[in-house]
Design a protein around this ligand. Structure first.
Ligand code: FES
Length: 164
């Protein structure tokens, strides 16, 4: 269950909004931050808070690339697979990271450090090919740049969890 302090803030916002559903993303992020991902308990909790059905929460959760319904690593690598990044060979970025971390797309490293995921255009087409890691932008990506950031993050403790 979410901490009382967080629940109070969310309940206050829900009380004064005409359409509590509008707060679904904020509630899901709060739950994800607390649980690490949107597990089934979190779905139920979010549904209760927003007076929605668990299925409605599920639908919203699966729509957003940054809401996770499965456990993820400390660092979520979102490689952009938007059109401009395609033109700048995003596939080679995906292949390189996948090979380097020895995980497939959607996979998490055995040490729980990294999860590799695709994402739609992240709005930094001028930095293509680009990726976000826990919400931080990296690009234009080269094997050297990827090596550097992965090493930096592996060496850094603890990671900064993304808020969104
Ligand atoms: S297409 Fe990749 S950032 Fe826009």
């Amino acid at each position: 269950m979410l901490p009382e302090e967080t629940l109070d803030v969310l309940r206050q916002k829900i009380t004064i909004t005409d359409h509590p559903r509008e707060l679904a993303v904020e509630v899901m992020f709060a739950l994800q931050k607390h649980y690490g991902y949107l597990n089934d308990e979190a779905v139920q909790e979010g549904a209760g808070l927003l007076n929605l059905s668990p299925l409605e929460i599920e639908e919203l959760a699966t729509f957003y690339d940054f809401i996770y319904r499965r456990p993820v690593g400390k660092y979520c690598i979102h490689v952009c697979d938007g059109t401009v990044c395609w033109m700048f060979n995003h596939q080679s970025v995906l292949d390189y990271i996948s090979q380097k971390l020895d995980i497939p797309l959607g996979g998490t490293t055995e040490d729980g450090c990294f999860t590799l995921l695709p994402v739609g255009c992240i709005g930094y087409c001028d930095q293509a090919p680009a990726m976000l890691i826990n919400g931080n932008l990296y690009g234009p990506l080269t094997p050297e740049a990827i090596d550097a950031v992965l090493k930096e993050l592996r060496d850094k403790q603890p990671p900064q969890k993304e808020d969104r």
